[in-house]
Design a protein. Structure first.
Length: 85
């Protein structure tokens, strides 16, 4: 779909969106920072979520999206605790 073969509008937009989120998670896992330092165990989970978002399929996209939402909330909470100290 991303190489513009047999393109239909809605699946194309979903493919672009999940690919962008997957690349975002991949960058987060390799850099190791999002609002605060990311622990190593979470970087491994984020990497698996990134692969899930980059792989086509509803279940893998759902898993990757769940990992992304968990990571964003977890890191925001860690950043707030760091500021309060």
């Amino acid at each position: 779909m991303l190489v513009l073969v047999d393109v239909t509008p809605i699946p194309f937009v979903l493919a672009i969106a999940t690919a962008m989120m997957g690349v975002f998670l991949l960058g987060m896992s390799t850099i190791g920072y999002y609002k605060a330092q990311i622990p190593f165990w979470l970087r491994i989970i984020i990497f698996c979520g990134a692969i899930g978002l980059l792989k086509p399929g509803l279940y893998s996209d759902t898993l990757g999206l769940a990992v992304m939402i968990f990571t964003i909330f977890f890191q925001k909470r860690r950043a707030l605790r760091k500021v309060e100290k």
